[in-house]
Write a protein that binds this ligand. Structure first.
Ligand SMILES: [Mn+2]
Length: 415
C-alpha cells in the first residue's frame, strides 16, 4: 500500500511542478488554469480576492507562531470537516503551531471511521466531560472548521475558558456575527475542503508526493469534497478546481478502500426495519425505526439514502429515538433525502416540525438532504418497562408521521 501511495501521486505531478511551486505572491497560483485572455481577466479578479485571503491567513498564522490551538469540529464530524481540519493542522505546522483536532460526539458512519483509520487522520473524541476537566490554558486559540460553533457542544466550554477564536472556515451561510481574527466563509463553495485546498494550492503548504502524510491528507480532502458534493454532481467551479489540484496527489486505491467499507450488521438491521415499517404516500416514503443505540445514529441517514432509491419515491424520511447515556439525553432523530428538485429540505423540515420554546428550529437542511432532532423532554430517561417504552415510541411515531403527512398531503385529515 505504501508504494502505491507514493506512486499514484508522483506520476501525475511531473508536468505541473511549476504551478505547485508557485508562491502566494502571484494571483495566478490560486487558479492555475489560465486560458485565453477573457478567462484570464475574469479569473484574476476572483484570484485577487482569494489572494488577499491567502495573505490574511498567512499573516494570522505568523502572528501565532509557536502557539498551540484547538481545532473544533461539529459533534458528528463528516469527511469534509475531518479532512479540512487535517489540512489546517498541516499548514499550521509550517508556522510551528501545534493543533489538536477534537469533536464531542462520535464518528458514527463506517466511512468516517474508515477514513480516520486508513489515513491515520489525527482527530480525537473529546466529550463535554473530558473537555471540561481538561487544562485548556495550554491553548492560545481555537479554530472552527466546517461549522460555526452551532453544531458543537464544546463551544460554551472554550468560550468560558476565555480562549480566543482565531479562525473560521466554513461553506455554510453565515450563522451570526463572529469575532475571529480570520474568517473564510464561502457559501458558494460546496465543501470546506475546497477552501483549505486553495490555501495548499496557494503555497501555504507545499504538498509533496514523496511524503505519505501529504498523500493521505490529499486523499482525505478528495473524499471530503466528493462526499459534500454528492460525488461532485453538485460541485461548483471552485470545487472542481480544488479537485483538479488534489488529483495530482491523492491515492485512488486508498480512496477506494475508504469508500468500500461495508455496512455493519446493526446498520443493516436498521435499514431492514426501515423497509419493513415504511409507508408510502404521494411518492414520499417514511419510516419510523424505533429505538437505536447512540453510536448507531448514523444508520438513520443511511436508511434514508436507501429508501429514496425505490421506484416512484422522490423523498424519504427515516427517524428513530436515540438515547445518549453520557448526556442522559433522549432525542428523536430523523433524516430526509430527496431527489425532487422543487423540494427544499430546509424549508420542508422547518415547516413540518417548527420551533422549540426558545425559537430554535428542530432541524434544517441543505440541497437534497435534511435532518432533525427533537428532544423527548419530560418523557425521556430510560425506562426498563417495555410497555412504557412501546407506548412512548407510538406517541412519537404517530406525531412525526402526522406532522409529515400534513405537508405531504394537506387535504388528508390524519388520525
Ligand atoms: Mn462540509
Amino acid at each position: 500500500m505504501t508504494n502505491n501511495l507514493l506512486n499514484s501521486g508522483a506520476s501525475s505531478l511531473d508536468s505541473e511542478q511549476v504551478d505547485a511551486k508557485a508562491q502566494p505572491s502571484s494571483t495566478q497560483d490560486v487558479n492555475p488554469s489560465v486560458g485565453n485572455s477573457q478567462t484570464t481577466r475574469r479569473q484574476s479578479t476572483s484570484g485577487s480576492k482569494v489572494h488577499s485571503k491567502v495573505q490574511q491567513f498567512q499573516e494570522t498564522l505568523e502572528r501565532h507562531q509557536n502557539e498551540r490551538q484547538l481545532i473544533i469540529l461539529q459533534d458528528f464530524p463528516d469527511p469534509d470537516a475531518l479532512s479540512s481540519a487535517w489540512a489546517y493542522q498541516l499548514i499550521a505546522q509550517e508556522y510551528n503551531i501545534q493543533c489538536d483536532i477534537v469533536y464531542a460526539g462520535t464518528l458514527s458512519h463506517q466511512e468516517n471511521i474508515a477514513l480516520v483509520k486508513l489515513t491515520g487522520l489525527p482527530a480525537k473524541r473529546s466529550s463535554v466531560e473530558t473537555t471540561k476537566n481538561q487544562d485548556l490554558s495550554v491553548y492560545q486559540g481555537y479554530v472552527l472548521i466546517d461549522n460555526q460553533g452551532t453544531t458543537t457542544q464544546l463551544l460554551p466550554i472554550v468560550t468560558k475558558a476565555n480562549i480566543p477564536l482565531i479562525a473560521i472556515f466554513d461553506h455554510h451561510s453565515s450563522q451570526g456575527e463572529w469575532k475571529a481574527e480570520f474568517i473564510d466563509l464561502r457559501p458558494q463553495a460546496r465543501a470546506t475542503a475546497t477552501l483549505l485546498t486553495h490555501y495548499l494550492q496557494a503555497g501555504l503548504l507545499q504538498l509533496d508526493s514523496s511524503i505519505s502524510e501529504h498523500i493521505k491528507c490529499a486523499t482525505a480532502l478528495m473524499h471530503g469534497l466528493r462526499s459534500d458534493t454528492n460525488m461532485l454532481m453538485q460541485a461548483q467551479e471552485e470545487d472542481f478546481l480544488a479537485a483538479g489540484y488534489l488529483s495530482r496527489f491523492y491515492d485512488t486505491q486508498l480512496l477506494n478502500a475508504i469508500l468500500k467499507t461495508s455496512r455493519s450488521r446493526r446498520v443493516m438491521d436498521v435499514i431492514e426495519r426501515s423497509l419493513k415499517y415504511r409507508i408510502l404516500q404521494d411518492n414520499f416514503s417514511m419510516a419510523g425505526v424505533g429505538y437505536l443505540r447512540y453510536e448507531d445514529r448514523d444508520a438513520i441517514p443511511q436508511a434514508a439514502d436507501f429508501l429514496v432509491t425505490e421506484e416512484n419515491v422522490h423523498t424519504a424520511v427515516v427517524y428513530g429515538i436515540v438515547y445518549d447515556e453520557d448526556q442522559e439525553l433522549e432525542v428523536v432523530i430523523g433524516s430526509l433525502r430527496t431527489n425532487k428538485l422543487t423540494l427544499d429540505p430546509d424549508e420542508f423540515i422547518k415547516e413540518a416540525f417548527g420551533q422549540d420554546s426558545h425559537g430554535r428550529f428542530f432541524g434544517g437542511g441543505r440541497m437534497m438532504a435534511g435532518g432533525f432532532e427533537i428532544p423527548t423532554g419530560f418523557l425521556s430517561s430510560f425506562n426498563d418497562k417495555s410497555d412504557y417504552a412501546k407506548l412512548k415510541w407510538e406517541v412519537f411515531d404517530t406525531q412525526v408521521k402526522q406532522k409529515l403527512l400534513r405537508l405531504v398531503n394537506p387535504q388528508d385529515t390524519v388520525i
